[in-house]
Design a protein around this ligand. Structure first.
Ligand code: RUQ
Ligand code: CUA
Ligand code: CA
Length: 632
């Protein structure tokens, strides 16, 4: 790797007008932090501070009562959830529990959530990295959001009309689903997702050697959420993206060495990006040219070196992010241990697969030197790319066309600007950047460390998601956004691209199993308040209308397995009720016109109160009732 001095020699100096890292903190906070941390240094004058703050304010302040222009969906990292923010205000609007358990909504506690998560052996953790929104013809269609779970090798789907997770699929025969992107064209038929680590096959303890180990590229059907196919690859897999023809997907591999130790993973100067030929893969599946692994029925194809299904393009070194440009022309692989990004021309891939090129590297049309630790690249739709530099703690704006000219030997400077970010950025994401509509207005940079940017909260720090105005020539930092562990990536969509329901439809499939059970019990959920006994199973049906449950007392016997169904009869937007059975670990959300249910064992005789735990009315405290458990 080159030394930093060599790398930056030909680059323009960082403009002096770059915003100071403290410019947008309130004066009082600035003084406080400076005092608390001993970082007294360069505090700007009151006037220039005010001017800078005012200039920025014009760009990003969303006044009380005003709505944001964009929805932002953030992954929650090892919190396992998805968060919804308004951009540019960076106000957190909602949390969508997915791979985690959530006390507020009852996710992981209710039967409806267990229908999605699985009723047995439900994991309590997850690690969500990459949220992506379904597309039609390369544009966000606002139907679904998909996200990976690296921790437990799953892929989840969120319905964006109600902002709830409605399906989770465990990917068989692999470990650690990481990079995830969607087919863009003609529509999101497949969710492409990479399994990061190689494992032996079969993985039953009989053989743990690397010779019998591999990992797979996976495609999940976006509608059925069943795994459509898996492709065995050489090396490992990290991030991925799809093109705008529907023909290709491309993934990075940082461990071409298949090493187990850290030093080993850095042995090769080049690893690769592997391109998947989706048409050929589909044809092979259709022709039955596949095998299966273990108990799984999923078609498994061999995409290792020499296969007609894949091509391996050498790129330096331990590459990480893989990002398609919104003009559909390039896959860009981010070098991580190399100061470069590798620009792959998608229109040369047909020739590569046809065998018309001498060398796989012939598809590379630029390899600009950007700085230390390039991880992810995003685009403004005006020909510029923005790459995070983890080690330099910067975002570099560069021009793709100029980088290509430079690679062809022309004397052009492709670097436009470098901006300090705080600190150590992973992903960055520009508004609408993964679609044809990339509009170059906002850039979010997800910094892994916040150190001295916020009031100290003990040894564990928040992350810092910074908002940068990229609408002009110059990038301008306008907001610091502390976040809890640990967003990896986000996606910004125009607010008109998302259509949400104000209240539930009574026939929403989200609670269809409760509706079916009520039908079998001869219960009308909308009006009946009934207790149905079925052996030692007791089903308690009740309505809720602010501020009353339809049932304020019910009796069961010690040891009964009790299921409580609450159907919210309010039709007014925002009047959500809750149901919490004290000392039973039971809590759930019931939004207007929703039915929710929860099952628990009434194992202790006596009186047990239940109450509404979503504030719904002036008499919300009075919304309660008693379960009486008779001694067995
Ligand atoms: S990938 S930065 Cu999942 Cu980069 Cu996190
Ligand atoms: Cu119903 Cu609070
Ligand atoms: Ca490597």
């Amino acid at each position: 790797m080159k030394k930093r001095d060599d790398l930056t020699k030909d680059m323009p100096a960082i403009p002096a007008t770059d915003l100071s890292r403290r410019r947008f903190m309130g004066a009082a906070a600035m003084a406080g932090v400076a005092g608390a941390t001993g970082l007294g240094a360069a505090v700007m004058s009151r006037e220039s501070f005010a001017a800078a703050a005012e200039a920025a304010r014009n760009n990003f302040i969303v006044h009380p009562g005003e709505l944001d222009e964009y929805y932002g969906f953030w992954s929650g990292g090892h919190s396992g959830e998805v968060r919804v923010l308004g951009v540019p205000s960076m106000r957190e609007l909602m949390r969508i529990p997915v791979f985690n358990v959530d006390s507020a909504t009852g996710w992981g506690i209710t039967n409806e959530s267990k229908d999605v998560l699985g009723h047995d052996n439900t994991f309590l953790n997850g690690d969500s990295h990459h949220p992506h929104i379904s597309m039609t013809d390369g544009r966000y269609d606002g139907k679904y959001l998909f996200i990976n779970d690296k921790a437990n090798s799953r892929v989840a789907r969120i319905r964006l009309d109600i902002m709830k997770c409605d399906k989770i699929t465990t990917i068989p025969n692999v470990q650690a689903i990481h990079g995830l992107r969607l087919q863009k064209v003609p529509k999101t038929k497949y969710v492409f997702c990479n399994a990061e680590y190689v494992i032996p096959h079969p993985n039953d303890g009989t053989d743990t050697s690397l010779e019998s180990s591999f990992t797979m590229f996976n495609a999940v059907d976006a509608e059925t959420m069943e795994v459509a196919f898996q492709v065995i690859v050489d090396g490992n897999l990290d991030n991925t993206d799809a093109d705008y023809t529907g023909k290709y997907a491309c993934s990075t591999c940082y461990n071409s060495e298949k090493a187990l130790d850290l030093a080993g993973t850095m042995r090769n100067d080049r690893d690769w990006a592997v391109v998947f030929n989706i048409e050929r893969i589909e044809q092979a599946v259709k022709n039955g040219n596949f095998k299966t692994l273990g108990d799984s029925r999923v078609p498994v194809l061999d995409g290792r070196e020499g296969s007609e299904l894949t091509r391996y393009i050498p790129v330096p070194k331990n590459p990480h992010g893989l990002n398609t440009s919104p003009d559909g022309k390039y896959f860009i692989a981010n070098g991580k241990l190399s100061p470069t990004c590798t620009v792959i021309a998608i229109d040369k891939l047909d020739d590569l697969f046809a065998g018309n090129l001498k060398d796989a590297r012939d598809v590379v049309v630029a390899e600009p030197e950007l700085g230390l630790g390039p991880l992810h690249t995003t685009y403004d739709g005006r020909g510029n790319a923005y790459t995070t530099l983890f080690i330099d703690s910067q975002v570099v704006k560069w021009n793709v066309a100029d980088a290509i000219k430079h690679y062809d030997g022309e004397e052009v400077n492709y670097i436009r600007q470098k901006l300090d970010v705080h600190y150590q950025p992973g992903h960055n994401h520009a508004s609408l950047t993964e679609s044809r509509d990339a509009d170059g207005k906002w850039l979010v940079v997800l910094s892994k460390f916040s150190k001295d940017r916020f009031l100290p909260v003990g040894p564990l720090h928040p992350e810092n998601d910074q908002l940068i105005d990229i609408s002009g020539e110059e990038m301008k930092l306008v907001h610091d956004g502390p976040t809890f562990a640990e967003p990896h990536d986000c996606i910004l969509v125009r607010r008109d691209q998302i259509k949400t329901k104000k209240i539930y439809d009574r026939d929403d499939p989200y609670f269809a199993s409760a509706v079916e059970q009520a039908k079998r019990d001869g219960v009308t959920l909308e009006s009946d308040n009934k207790v149905i006994r079925d052996g030692n199973k007791v089903r308690v049906y009740m309505t809720s209308v602010a501020p009353m449950y339809g049932t304020t007392e019910f009796k069961v016997k010690q040891g009964d397995e009790v299921t409580v169904y609450v159907s919210n009869q309010d039709t007014i937007e925002d009047v959500t009720h809750g149901f919490c059975m004290v000392n039973h670990g039971v809590s759930m959300e019931i939004s207007p016109q929703q039915t929710s249910s929860v099952t628990f064992v009434a194992d202790r005789p006596g009186v047990h109160w239940y109450y509404c735990n979503w504030f719904c009315h002036a008499l919300h405290m009075e919304m309660r009732g008693r379960m009486i458990v008779e001694k067995a």
